[in-house]
Design a protein around this ligand. Sequence first.
Ligand code: FAD
Length: 436
Amino acid sequence: MGSTTRPIKIAIIGGGIAGLALAAGLTKKPHLDVHVYEAVPEYKDVGAGLALHLNAIKAMALIGPEIRKTYFDKATTMAEEEEQEMSTEVILAQGPHAGELVAELGRAKGRKSVSRADLLAGLLELVPRDRVTFGKKLARIWETRDGDARVHIEFRDGTQAHVDCLLGAEGIHSVVRSYLLGADHPATAPKNHDRWQVYRTLVSADEARKQINEKWTRTVPILLGPRGHINCIPLNKGARLSAGVAVRGAVLDDGGNAKPLDPSLYSDYTEDAQRIVRMVAKDTSASWSVSDHDHAPFYHRGRIAMMGDAAHASLPFAGNGAAQALEDAAVLDHLFGRVKQPSQIEAALVAYDHVRRPRSQAVVNLARAFGRVYAYAEDGMHEDPEKMKSFFAGAAVFTNEADLKKQNDDAMEMYESCVRGRSRGSSNVPVSQRHV
Ligand code: FAD
């Protein structure tokens, strides 16, 4: 049972960073027949910017040097000189230590940021055109126990596909997550436990330079205070600026919507910070609300798994959501290099879950902690900048300096052990991960 000479059919739902990065790796493997189904008819540039930390770069390199290169081709160098060291500067903007630098996140030579739309366009070029279909919104999933392809999917337009393996990479409102956990599971729907509201504007860099310290149009500052932290990120090779104020415990109006951003509440912030708040308050049409996932008890069942934000959406404050999506892709790409028969898919997904769930969920927790620290809400930490510095230093070690080659190796070891267990007729799947 399960042996086949035909390629293994894999459907990836969602052509975001997770889905496309994985597809760029998997479509190079001739024993796999991979197809990406993306809901939108075409990508829209909503001006979202990402600063990818070192673990993201390492994950891209593990999938393939061309993925890493795409990122570097599309990204903006924050410094004027390619060789200049740059970082995300975290600075206290309110209180007795205002002006103090408490972290330099992601310090690197030639540090860059990238527009999400630019990165997606670059990744798309790495996937053969006939392997991606736009305008295909997943609506329904069902499984059969026998037959050739046992996982079945139906799209909003009524068309269907029948595959050996389904990977849900369709973001925070994932249909695959809802199918795996159950629509009523407490961890299925996204949460905004701390009532975060991100007010955001998108302006040309020229316009921004008229209104704020021009230094913040070239770097990625995070200016902290109790009524909101302020963040700027250059986009489109420095031509545009995304600037935002993230407020914890936002005040809502009678309709349940966050009240408009009021610059007068920031009069005790540093002048630089106040100027950015005033600029943002003029036009907050690019705003979005943020939420994350409570921890899923598993990331896969049988031949179906979730990855990226579908599996572990996090608040954006640790700047590591896309990086975690890329780590997922690196591990799955490595494992599926070895999966030659449909009967081996489950072992690969067990191994993926085994290495990726603890780490990605720790990052969800970390991002929540970042949010509290940024909002001066973590045990008086803002009163002692040294404590803040050590918090950020520890976080950077955990995210950026992780040994991702070892993560891939650990996953492969787990996979081999599961496959050996199966061939001996025993299940070698850890009890906590058996759910069928
Ligand atoms: P998504 O990017 O959400 O992609 C999912 C795709 O699936 C979309 O294209 C969507 O159209 C499609 N889709 C949805 N539903 C369906 C369906 N039913 N059928 C088919 N397709 C579907 N991360 C970092 O590493 N660094 C940062 O600096 C950073 N900054 C951030 C700032 C903000 C304000 C936010 C909100 C997030 C930030 N992140 C950052 C997080 C990062 O953007 C996400 O973690 C990352 O985009 C997740 O990628 P994904 O592919 O899993 O999901």
